[in-house]
Design a protein around this ligand. Structure first.
Ligand code: ADP
Ligand code: ZN
Ligand code: ZN
Length: 754
């Protein structure tokens, strides 16, 4: 028998590597991979960490400390999860501890989990012997209390001698239409009694079983194609136009997996989307369906965590709908992962580490489970489509909308011309206003998309041109009229709207540009009779605000919904016929090599919301440059054209997917120090990688929260071994970090930056 004397432990730290501790003999039985333990690390700090492995190799360090205690007798992390953590840390160049922090809800407090208790009411045992009528009789002088008791009897179906059931107090109160005081009096009389019972935090609304819809011929062909491609490939890209019924195809694939006893993970880029799709899924799959996102409290997350790892198929979640972090749930036998809207940038985590891409990590997670992955999109990422046409992934295409409804017609509205001819009403072109007028006349609904929140992106002195900027970041402050304040969208810094110019003291401060808040204000003036609402980060701070807005729009209590990219994706509204894109220039002129790809996807996505059921929809795109090549491609819904153009450009200028990119951000609070150290790093990297190194350069936003920033980008050829290159990068960074005076430097590494 091997004696497991030591354990390698992952601690929630940014330091790379695992830490070896001695296993005290009395804990020897409990310390196994995946178990959570408490150890001391650096001075007196205690940490909870996860055991990665156990062995008897004496480590090469002095004074090996011992594990202090075991937090859980059973493993909280399974081996598949550990494999994913290791892959993410190696691929994305971060520590396993950073993955641990992202993976486990709120710093390992699985232990603090408390079941939620609610008050239930039941009949006292001593009264269960007597005649029910006698009991009711006793209460005849208190008719309100009599009502409570009758309601109890009705709700529990109690009959003499039957089992005594309890009923949730709040249900009893609403059903009997009485006050808590009435219930309490009967409890005091000893007729009823109150008990605390654990309840689920997850509401189980709409959990009934409706058979899945039968597929159209085109859908059926796509479905069969996916299944046959899965015989040879692990990943299939489903490229289906908006409203072609991709979701219905997923539902068929899910049903098949559940029948085989497998789990399914269905990923979406945006919380707003989960509220609509969860209802569609629960309708078919009922309570085995769970949803997971960051808005849940720690206790709620732990409850989902437990239900995913639960072995009993009746009690467990078999289908999880979630945003990117749902990758880290303790799945035990995944059969399929669906990554819907796979092109979406929200799948990439920017800060903090791990800076992982959830789509690419999902493919890895599926491989760990021997499962399949389906990537779905109406406008796939250049990366995925490239992989598909090169045969790395299967490719299934679905070119018609469900019910043969045509893709929306696109109208280009030239804002430059309209301004010149003085035809603009506020920020709206005649083309857009006419389309809106017509839709409102037909009782149809409208979505207006503007990629900026707030009232106006900046304010300016009309005399001298002075613009208020953030005191901590190199950005203009955005004016938020609702709260009457200027806000920094990078750090949250907030200040009052100045009445005078700081520079020349004139009182002529004016707002410039427009965000969703301003559009809302002005639309209300143009269409005073319409019911207008806004959906952006500012109006959806509460947990339930998404579902409330979406439901109100579904139930036609809103005519015009204004929003940011939150409203552009996957939502399915029956009566929505007109979509307006208020400023396409914003999207196209963004300084990034993906800007054109992204603008195409965004415009295609938001257009796809229009005309999904009865009739063809209409999209009005306002732009000062209607001849722009991307706009022309959106006009023809020409994805292939966009793909060819992008791949040509990226081949010529060597961008992903034709190279791998690693971005290094160097930050320092002192500008001169930053320049000094970033130059050294740039020079050292160029010694190894030569012309593959770009920078150091200041990004567009060169300072955030008082930290000055410089970026270095390294482009590695696809054919070159990336592991070796990454290792050299990390060694070079490590040398800089350990050099004299470098301790006030922050360095972040981003692999495949988005
Ligand atoms: P996508 O995911 O491709 O945008 P959806 O799956 O949301 O498309 O389908 C668009 C609309 O058409 C939805 O309202 C959906 O319920 C309906 N639909 C799609 N396929 C079918 C089908 N086979 N039977 C009935 N309705 C369908
Ligand atoms: Zn700021
Ligand atoms: Zn001024």
């Amino acid at each position: 028998m091997i004696n497991n004397l030591f354990a390698d432990i992952i601690l929630p730290l940014a330091v790379r590597g695992r830490f070896t501790y001695r296993i005290p003999p009395d804990l020897a039985e409990d310390v196994r991979p995946g178990v959570m333990v408490t150890v001391q690390f650096g001075g007196r700090n205690q940490y909870s960490g996860i055991v990665f492995g156990v062995h008897d190799k004496t480590p090469d360090i002095k004074n090996v400390k011992s594990i202090i205690s075991v937090n859980h007798g059973t493993p909280v992390i399974n081996t598949s999860q550990l494999k994913l953590w290791t892959w993410i840390s190696e691929y994305y160049l971060c520590s396993e501890g950073e993955v641990l922090k992202a993976a486990i809800p709120s710093e390992l407090n699985l232990n603090n989990y408390k079941p939620r208790l609610e008050t239930f009411i039941k009949l006292s045992e001593k009264y269960s012997e007597g005649e029910l009528n006698e009991i009711l009789d006793k209460l005849k002088k208190a008719p309100r209390q009599q009502d409570v008791l009758s309601s109890y009897i009705r709700l529990t179906g109690y009959a003499e001698g039957s089992e005594i059931l309890s009923v949730n107090k709040s249900v009893l109160l609403s059903e009997s239409n009485s006050s808590a005081a009435n219930v309490e009096s009967i409890v005091r009389k000893g007729i009823l009694k109150s008990v605390s019972l654990p309840v689920s935090r997850m509401t189980e609304a709409g959990s009934y079983k409706e058979p899945v819809k039968s597929l159209s011929d085109a859908q059926q062909a796509a479905y069969l194609m996916i299944k046959s491609q899965f015989r040879e490939k692990d990943v299939v890209l489903l490229h289906g136009v908006t409203s072609s019924g991709k979701t219905e195809i997923y539902i068929h694939l899910i049903e098949e997996q559940l029948k085989r006893g497998k789990q399914v993970l269905y990923m979406l880029p945006e919380i707003a989307l989960t509220t609509q799709i969860i209802l569609r899924l629960k309708r078919h799959f009922g309570p085995v369906t769970g949803v997971y996102h960051s808005r849940f409290s720690n206790n709620e997350k732990v409850e989902i965590w437990k239900k995913v790892s639960e072995e009993d198929p009746i009690k467990s979640y078999r289908l999880i709908l979630g945003v990117r972090s749902s990758l880290f749930l303790p799945f035990s036998n995944l059969g399929l992962i669906i990554v819907d809207e796979e092109h979406d940038g929200s799948y990439k985590q920017h800060d903090p580490a791990p800076r992982y891409h959830a789509r690419d990590s999902a493919i890895m997670l599926a491989a760990i489970h021997n499962a399949k992955t389906i990537l779905g999109s109406a406008s796939p990422s250049i990366e995925s489509y490239n992989n598909a046409i090169n045969g790395k992934y299967g490719l299934t295409e679905l070119k018609e909308r469900f019910g043969f409804i045509k893709l929306p017609s696109i109208v280009l509205a030239n804002t430059r011309e309209a301004y010149r001819k003085k035809l603009m009403v506020s920020h709206f072109t005649p083309e857009l206003l006419n389309a809106m007028d017509e839709a409102l006349g037909n009782d149809e609904q409208i979505i207006l998309f503007q990629n900026r929140r707030g009232f106006s992106p900046y304010i300016e002195c009309s005399e001298c041109g002075w613009i208020p900027v953030c005191i901590q970041c190199a950005v203009n402050l955005t004016y938020h009229k609702g709260i009457g304040k200027l806000v920094c969208h990078y750090c949250g810094y907030t200040t009052t709207m100045p009445s005078k110019c700081d520079n020349c003291h004139s009182t002529g401060m004016v707002t410039r540009g427009f965000g969703t808040e301003k559009i809302e204000d002005e639309i209300k003036i143009v269409f005073p009779a319409a019911r207008v609402a806004r959906m952006d980060q500012d109006t959806t701070r509460n947990k339930n605000s998404f579902s409330k807005l979406i439901r109100a729009f579904e139930e036609r209590r809103i005519d015009i919904l204004i929003g940011t990219q939150m409203i552009s994706k996957g939502l399915d509204f029956e009566n929505l016929t007109v979509v307006g894109i208020l400023n396409a220039d914003n999207l196209l002129n963004y300084p990034d090599f993906r800007a054109h790809e992204r603008s195409f996807q965004l415009m295609e996505q938001v257009s796809g919301r229009a005309g999904r059921r009865q009739k063809q929809g209409k999209v009005v795109i306002q732009t000062s440059d209607p001849a722009h090549k991307i706009i022309r491609m959106v006009l023809r819904h020409d994805y292939e054209g966009m793909f060819r153009m992008q791949t040509d450009e990226r081949t010529t200028f060597n961008y992903p997917p034709f190279c791998r990119m690693v971005k290094i951000s160097i930050k320092h609070k002192d500008r001169a120090q930053l320049n000094y150290f970033s130059d050294i790093l740039g020079r050292d990297l160029k010694e190894i990688f030569g012309k593959r190194v770009l920078g150091p350069e200041s990004p567009v936003i060169s300072q955030v929260q008082l930290w000055y920033i410089k970026n270095i980008i390294i482009k590695i050829e696809r054919e070159k071994p990336q592991v070796k290159a990454k290792q050299l990068i990390m060694e070079t960074i490590g040398r800089l970090e350990n050099s004299k005076g470098a301790s006030a430097l922050k360095i972040a590494v981003d692999v495949d930056p988005y």
